[in-house]
Write a protein that binds this ligand. Sequence first.
Ligand SMILES: Cc1cc2nc3c(=O)[nH]c(=O)nc-3n(C[C@H](O)[C@H](O)[C@H](O)COP(=O)(O)OP(=O)(O)OC[C@H]3O[C@@H](n4cnc5c(N)ncnc54)[C@H](O)[C@@H]3O)c2cc1C
Length: 414
Amino acid sequence: MAREIAVLGAGMVGVSIAYHLARRGHRVVLVDRKPPGHETSYGNAGLIQREAVSPHPFPRQLAEIWRVLPNRSIDIRYQSKAMLENMSALWTYWRYSAPQRLARIIPEYASLIMHCTAEHERMFEVAGAAELIHKDGWLELYRSAEIMDKRLPVADSHRERFGVTYQALDTAGVAAIEPDLVQPMAGAIHWTNTWSVSDPAALVGRYADAFKAAGGEIVQAAATRLDKTGAGWTLATDGAMIEAEQCVLATGPWSSEWLKRLNLQMPFFVMRGYHMHYGAQPGRQLRYALMDYERGYLLTPKRAGIRLTTGAELNSLAAPPRGGQLDAAEAAARELFPLAERLEDTPWKGARPCLGDMKPVIGAAPDRPGLWFAFGHGHQGFTLGPATGRLIGEMIDGESPYIDPLPFSPARFS
Ligand SMILES: Cc1cc2nc3c(=O)[nH]c(=O)nc-3n(C[C@H](O)[C@H](O)[C@H](O)COP(=O)(O)OP(=O)(O)OC[C@H]3O[C@@H](n4cnc5c(N)ncnc54)[C@H](O)[C@@H]3O)c2cc1C
């Protein structure tokens, strides 16, 4: 058999896995219907989120639920039909979001997040992509001092427990480093060991080039089936049949299709999101990636313009785009920063691949020797690709993994 390992999905996760496996000396083919980094890993906010040690729980406090229920908030919207379709996965999400369970999940999630910047750095040094990375952190902006005061003890705890670094800024401190804001802010948490990427798709592309330089092969084709054949796996595509001894599914938001085909059940759902690029008004500049914490969207300076990314929309993957969330985020963003015109006709739409217990699935597929899973990285897949790639590489080679992989085991839902 010519190829040892086929990786399906060339987003940040699949490309990072393919890179690690090729650099370990395996003969690897990376398969995607699009060029590397052209789906979810294209349109995200491009933050490598060292501070994101706690995943996003389901809103459980009554006040939160009342706020979200009218379906007009910027940070989260839902489509009732999709809520019903995903009832079982969302029930799991609700249960795992209970405070005691979340408290157990946070250190598990953090065990992977804590390696995100170091693992990216190892890759972007080899890929010659350092100029795409900005190591100046990002700003969590507060309109109200009261809300910021409630958030600071959480930041303190994450600093003590997980090595997150931050600086608390007052009104003058924010104005000093981000002088072109429209109105004074009550303050900000400046997360200082998080990085931001000026062109997320270009970074994935550079990692894919580094994979090819390590001997990897890229096939652009849509996969339709995966079958166990003899000693390996056969991926049927709209082009060639691809045979390999082992196969890794890194199919991001499309992973539920593959779980169905494999007759496996996991509490999987997607949280959609949108982006749009804007110019800045003459003489104005956005220096940092920033989040309007009380509204729930991000503005990040990108090569293509100022990228506004929305919060989560609980909807099915294939449903048509809905404009309201982006429009509302844009209106709030214009109160904050002097955005100029939209730079594209149509907003970009993508979907965060999520699991009910808020952790990705990384490891050997249950009862299917030679098949591996690496999906469900939710709000932090761009951050976690390289850390996941290293973990899968070590597991496939039977080495002792650099972190405990058990919390991410695909068998945990069986
Ligand atoms: C608005 C928004 C903002 C975000 N901001 C951030 C951020 O700042 N930081 C962060 O860390 N994360 C962020 N995320 C999350 C992050 O983008 C995702 O978690 C991550 O991109 C997922 O990567 P992936 O490789 O798993 O999936 P993808 O990038 O979607 O890759 C999956 C690939 O599989 C391929 N594929 C699937 N099925 C098939 C098939 N049958 N045949 C061939 N190819 C197939 C697809 O074409 C695709 O290229 C954000 C997400 C959104 C929506």
